[in-house]
Design a protein around this ligand. Sequence first.
Ligand SMILES: Cc1cc2nc3c(=O)[nH]c(=O)nc-3n(C[C@H](O)[C@H](O)[C@H](O)COP(=O)(O)O)c2cc1C
Ligand code: SF4
Ligand code: FES
Length: 540
Amino acid sequence: MDLAELQEVADREAAASKAVRFRVCSAAGCLSSGALEVRSGLEDAVEREGLGENAQVCAVGCLRLCCEGPLVRVDPDGTLYERVAPDQAASIVATLKGGEPSARRGDADRPFFSLQRSIVLENSGTVEPERIESYIAAGGYRSLHEVVREMNPAEVVDLVTRSGLRGRGGAGYPTGLKWGMVAKNPGPHKFVVCNADEGDPGAFMDRTVLESDPHRVLEGMAIAAYAVGAEQGYIYVRGEYPLAIRRLETGIRQARRLGLLGTQIFESPFNFRVDLRIGAGAFVCGEETALIASIEGRRGVPRPRPPYPAASGLWGNPTLINNVETFANVPPIIRNGPEWFASIGTAKSKGTKVFALAGKVRHTGIVEVPMGTTLRTIVETMGGGAPDGGTIKAVQTGGPSGGCIPEDRLDTPVDYESLAQLGSIMGSGGMIVMDQGTNMVEIARFFIGFCMDESCGKCIPCRAGTVQLHRMLSRIIDGEAAEEDLEPLRALCEMVKAASLCGLGQSAPNPVLSTLRYFEDEYRQLLRPGAGAAAASAGR
Ligand SMILES: Cc1cc2nc3c(=O)[nH]c(=O)nc-3n(C[C@H](O)[C@H](O)[C@H](O)COP(=O)(O)O)c2cc1C
Ligand code: SF4
Ligand code: FES
């Protein structure tokens, strides 16, 4: 494959494209509510009405407003239909002949859509994830070509560094810096790993990216491999994501067939192969050293760092581990330049962030916004606020490692530093909205319970500490605790944070600490004078 052949594929695709495209969301959310039947209904109607010359039905990725699925968008005019039933499909097709649709029209200009800025998801809802030709027609694999044929590896690392891209897996580590370390570390073999474990409750951003635009991630990985000198890549994807797995398998097969993965890519000496490794659902396997152990076939348990994977990862070799969204940012950075990317976002957090908006909010789904957008804009203006006339009480970001941010802090911009200052974290992008009916102590106990169940048990502070924290919170909820129990609760949180071996334990107390910080009155309402551990141990 060379550039001319890539262009030929794109030209053929453009020539075959019909004037009207019925784009049916075929990501997991809409498929689970009947998108497949809607798609068949549209295809049958197009054929029946003899519109095949003029119109086509495309199975695309997530159209973002997942709560209103199955969604259909008719392009080029962008008419959106929500909650489409299979028996309404024909009426949508009939609009081409002046008919009235029986399906509900959605407002494609509502802030949920208009305030989004698409970089990672620019192809989501447009390209067909199961067809590489569709990705190529959208400019796909051109960035890889540019890198492999026109740049040396050090230039690629430098370009990514200048873009200011930071890892989207949670900690926000500078991506170019990490690539540079792997590139510099010697080794006969190096590896690139895509972390697609996505274990946070409420998070579905990475799944959406993989289901909607798998080639974007493969291209990003290939660019990274060229930059660091790796010939083998692995995508560690959780087993609970069968559709993402299937689309990745299809994508890898298609890319290999066209010579975009494999040997002598773009007729250069660069070789890169990608294989999948399927996780078995342990949250801790998202932690990079546990993930490495799991790929190697060992039990997925973290180990102390250093050495970091960049120096000693898979089978002791330098290994680059990045998140799905991190890799998905790379091709547009190459295409548009580092200055373009660095001009979006805030001083220290560049680009956009994809969030999975869930919980007590009217519009749930996927949003991609520039870094620096306020939480209020996301949950109130875009998300439409709490449903059924309720009011928002708090927003939880960062999953079990994050914290609960109260309503009066919603004007905080989303960037790594601002969220950390509030006692939460950006995390990988889960955003759970809570309304006034939510009991914050219950929320704290839920997340500690999650970490308790998911603790690998290797180190005592996390293994025993999460159990103790869970017990202490249960005593509070059951009305068996008193004032003097709050300080030991805080102290144990600090101890677990300070003494745990890996990020799971180090961040597990965050939901407790942040709810204590902002919602202490809710804890106090549950306390009982004369109860509590001290009273119990004194025999009272
Ligand atoms: C308990 C735990 C779970 C994690 N789960 C994930 C995950 O599902 N996906 C992910 O990309 N990073 C996860 N991470 C972070 C990874 O260890 C690692 O920092 C990240 O994959 C690096 O990619 P980035 O630099 O692109 O952010 C997790 C960390 C911990 C401590
Ligand atoms: S902090 Fe928890 S999950 Fe991490 S190594 Fe220790 S016991 Fe395992
Ligand atoms: S899954 Fe269809 S809109 Fe998100």
